[in-house]
Design a protein around this ligand. Sequence first.
Ligand SMILES: Cc1cc2nc3c(=O)[nH]c(=O)nc-3n(C[C@H](O)[C@H](O)[C@H](O)COP(=O)(O)O)c2cc1C
Length: 229
Amino acid sequence: MGGNSEETYEEIVRGRKSIRGFLDKPVPQELLQEIVELACRAPSSFNNQCWHFTVVTGDPLDDIRQGNTEGILAGKPDSREFRKGGEIAEAHRHRQIEVAKQLFGEMEIARDDKEGRQDWVMRGFRQFDAPVSVVVSYDKELVGSDIAPFDCGAVTNALVNAAWSRGLGCVINSQGIMQSPVVREHAGIPDEEVIMICVAMGFPDPDFPANRVYTNRKPLEDTVRFVGF
Ligand SMILES: Cc1cc2nc3c(=O)[nH]c(=O)nc-3n(C[C@H](O)[C@H](O)[C@H](O)COP(=O)(O)O)c2cc1C
């Protein structure tokens, strides 16, 4: 499971999927450096490259997992540093349910299995116990500009594809930064940066059931409009 650098762009893009179960195997720093360097070829507005990556492993990552989980269980409010908008619209909610059904189906977590569901949510808060977490942040002076999160999205997509092309799996994970002050403290993110998202990363566990999930995409006719053809 996972791509390799011999694959074509199309094979990487079509082959990539979110990975939520990882081998207990360290990821070499040189490999992570190579992936980040490749991801940074992403375009950005005026080439501003407002992004920063903080690549965390070992004890600091365990401290983040623990602090995030404890904060949530203690009822501390969600402190993610992006706007979340209001209620999720029906069409979007429908897709969210579809993914959950796929994941719970593969994990054999029944609808009424409250414990199993809670365990799954807790895994998310622990960044699925991945050996590495890449925290994506951007320069605070750009706060309020929608372009900065847009650029972070572009580079994060490039990051997950670059990782896949080197045999690593990822899940972009916003559950893992619910308690952003904990992430800031243990990852040493400067106050001059806004925490955007984190990406859990590692070698995929080929036997982890949820890693079999391959999500659908809405039909092309609902996605694209061609004008003037
Ligand atoms: C901004 C963002 C946040 C996400 N947060 C989570 C998360 O907290 N937990 C999770 O399990 N997946 C998370 N995902 C992964 C999505 O569920 C996944 O990308 C989507 O279902 C499409 O599946 P695919 O990545 O396998 O193509 C996130 C993805 C994005 C882009």
